[in-house]
Design a protein around this ligand. Sequence first.
Ligand SMILES: [Zn+2]
Length: 294
Amino acid sequence: MNKKFFKVITAGAIAGAACFSIAGCAGTGAAGTDSKATTAATQSTTASVTPAEDNDTLYQVALLQSLTQGYYDGIITVGELKKYGDTGIGTFEGVNGEMIVSDGVVYQALSDGTINKPADDEKIPFSNVTFFEEDGQVKLSNIGSMQELQETLNETVNATGKNMFYMVKIKGNFSHLKVRSEYKQEKPYRMLDEALAADQVELDLNDVNGTMIGLYCPDYMQGLNSVGWHFHFITEDLTKGGHVLEVQIKDAVASYDVTDGFKMCLSDNTDFQKMDLSKNVDEAIKRAETATKE
Ligand SMILES: [Zn+2]
């Protein structure tokens, strides 16, 4: 986030203008063309900050709650997603592997432990991306667990503002990681936690260099995503990766991007529109994000 932009938007927010918007995207591939976003920009910013706004928006495809309930059909394509961000996480149609977006390239960590670079027409049912602009760094040494990592990063979040979004890129040497991917699901789709309980594949990585991409969502995102941190990893040689279940860091630097805009796109598909997205699936999300095989 650009600091100057942050000040202007904060002033706008106090005056009652909001950057939060929901954008339709199915089949259009057009960012920021919805009237709500245009209105919000006009009300909350001056012309001089307009270019920065696009880079300070966290873009979300659907809801983690729709994915968790088994809506695995693609909503936008890889090619379209890249118009909304160069850094992020997500998954692919049929939950066919874990997505890592780094430096504008979309990677797919497959169930066999390999990394694929999907074609631009590959579809995506859920993802979060942003255009990464570094706002600061945190040095990480001898981090012994996921909890310790989150506590360390939360010191920055709490000092900077816990009600904004954070994308982090953690580059360095990892003494241990347990990552997972999963086999592609076939219809009829199961709940995500049930699919993972059956088809999750785990990989232990020791003493590897690589990049963890992490997203922090504020408390009020419960209902649209998961609250707190969510990390995916890819090795420096781009050969292995997945959703991070366990981590120990020897020495790394976390670069973070503070983001105060949020935009999400939904599907107009009938099956999506029939879903009860008010249903509380918090426990299923927790199992899907953290459970390891016994
Ligand atoms: Zn994940």
